[in-house]
Write a protein that binds this ligand. Sequence first.
Ligand code: ADP
Length: 340
Amino acid sequence: MRLMTHETDASARPARSRSNAGGVATVVAEDAASVQSATSVGEEATAVKSAMTLREDAAGVRSATKDPKDSKDSKVSKGSKGSKDSKGSMDSIDSMESIDYRTPVIRVADLVKDYSRGDNVVHALRSVSLSVGKGEFVAVMGPSGSGKSTFMNLIGCLDRPTSGSYELDGVEVTHLGPSQLADLRNQKIGFIFQGFNLLPRMDALDNVMLPMVYAGVPSQIRQRRAQVALEAVGLGERMHHRSNELSGGQQQRVAIARALVNAPSLILADEPTGNLDSRTSVEIMAILQRLNQAGATIVLVTHEPDIATYCSRTVVFKDGVVLSDHANQRVHSAAEALAA
Ligand code: ADP
């Protein structure tokens, strides 16, 4: 799978706040910016933008990260909007809204993507129509060249279709310009890549904070959210380790934490276990399953049938069309597999 990563870090790649696009681009491109400078960039963002991006009134994936400081008593019952404390912490993992399969996060209709190759046209996607409801966990499979990357690039708002429509969280995105798409990516999509795509000289905390810097989240809140997200993926003790000092599994956990922090509507995982050994792969799937059980909507590309068994639905592409699309009869529990 080759989900487009046209910059150093497309996951943290940020929706540019128009007021600070130059600074942000520099920070990302140089891979050398200190958090201090990134922080000052973020702090230039407008309060309006911050408020929009934080979306404190939405019960989002932030709820899937557990704040150990929250007492059990403070949990919000299912179905209620997530409350938050005055510091902007994430809600308890148990406080997600009920899963609502009828609300599509993704709705694509007659999606077509053609590429020119010399005098020829490659029909990478031929009229794909499907919906993914809120709270689904979908495995995308299919042989090489079947159109998986093309599909993921389109639903990740990293590319535009030749024709057809794509609604992300109710917003028709096919006519948006690059800047609006970048904003949408930052606000609505968390990316997880096979190669982790962390900035190696930054520590885990700074990597996780980066998307919030671009979203203009105030520094106190982003630090607290990043800590909570890292604790939720079991890395509370390693926040200050540089990513290149972490194992592959730990790096992928950091990447998962980073994918969560802007409370995305959708998590796109591009072969997230492709670089990991079997047990670590199951550990990563256990984290993703836990997030999904708490309400996160996840679309994951994998070549491995075993990995797909941890998802609740499998969509198989072939020759640019959906060959099959079915609910998995038996969804395996990664946590149980680890305990066995
Ligand atoms: P998969 O991810 O399943 O391997 P892709 O979506 O990458 O499949 O590719 C689908 C088809 O589109 C293939 O025939 C591939 O060669 C072609 N394709 C993908 N990207 C491009 C591109 N940028 N230019 C030309 N052809 C492309």
